[in-house]
Design a protein around this ligand. Structure first.
Ligand code: FES
Length: 296
């Protein structure tokens, strides 16, 4: 893992951020999102941690191999889709691997606010788990570590079952987040998760079918081809739909659905919101049938 501490080359103040926020780091041909994990009160520096993912799409390897102290890199899009609700009194923070980066910022903030919280952090081995010494220094009495190499496993269902925490925040691999969704299915509104990436976000036209989108307010019908997203088809006819991640993880491109069966492919809506069948993320979700009606 490499830690990047970013400063403005002309000494200007950097934007303020809150725990859970991320920036896009743009280097070479790559633009990748990284959670901020430094001190939100420091106006001169932003900090991100980049795990080298050998099986990834090349962005983290490029950063590891080319960025040196003093390198000029660009950042953009400071956003927060994983915002900490500070109104609760007690919190369960759960991190798997590099998912610790937004979680440590939340732990710092909750400590500062004097809230009741515990941090549960699992990973392959202590040597591969980022921020252990910092966590032990700043959150020792709240910290529970589960390195797999020490045969320690995160007891997810017991933890969730026994915890009285009002809010649960988690970031980590898909398997961990899926298990957590399952464990909190009785009370899904207390769970807040951040996915590293969407799964199945790439369209395979050979497996997709085209369908019509009927815009009920503007009385327009738009065809979505098998190799197109709803967002692309709507923009092609001039509809102004905002978007950010375009991977189904931020919620910016949501539109209301009046009728039709939705094939939800996002990571934003909860299971109960999906069942309601009244909104969809246009950057990734599709129609199951031949037509879907959007209230726009
Ligand atoms: S743009 Fe982020 S969910 Fe669609």
């Amino acid at each position: 893992m490499v830690r990047l501490v970013l400063e403005d080359p002309r000494g200007r103040k950097l934007p303020r951020w809150t725990p859970g926020a991320h920036i896009d780091v743009v280097a070479g041909d790559f633009a990748r999102k990284y959670s901020l994990c430094g001190d939100p009160e420091d106006p001169d520096r932003l900090q991100v941690s980049v795990l080298r993912e050998a099986a990834g799409r090349g962005g983290s390897t490029f950063l590891h191999e080319t960025v040196k102290a003093g390198s000029l890199i660009h950042i953009r899009g400071l956003k927060n889709h994983f915002r900490l609700d500070e109104t609760a009194e007690s919190y369960l923070l759960i991190a798997g691997g590099i998912g610790i980066t937004p979680i440590i910022a939340m732990a710092d903030r909750l400590k500062h606010l004097g809230k009741d919280y515990t941090v549960h952090y699992c990973g392959r081995a202590r040597g591969t788990m980022a921020f252990i010494s910092r966590l032990e220094r700043d959150h020792s009495d709240r910290l529970h570590l589960y390195p797999a190499s020490e045969k320690k496993r995160l007891p997810l269902s017991t933890l969730v079952g026994k915890s009285n925490a009002e809010q649960i925040y988690a970031c980590g691999p898909e398997r961990l987040l899926d298990a957590l969704e399952e464990a909190t299915s009785d009370n899904p509104e207390k769970l807040h998760i951040e996915h590293f990436t969407a799964t199945g976000a790439v369209l395979d036209p050979a497996k997709e079918i085209g369908f019509d989108v009927v815009l009920t307010d503007s009385e327009l019908t738009v065809h979505v081809a098998p190799d197109q997203t709803v967002l692309q088809a709507l923009r092609a006819v001039g509809a102004d739909i905002p978007s950010d991640c375009e991977e189904g993880i931020c919620g910016t491109c949501e539109v209301p659905v009046a009728a039709g069966d939705i094939d939800h492919r996002d990571k934003v809506l909860t299971a109960s919101e999906r069942v309601e069948n009244c909104r969809m993320m246009t950057c990734c979700s599709r129609a199951r049938g031949e037509k879907i009606f959007l209230a726009i």
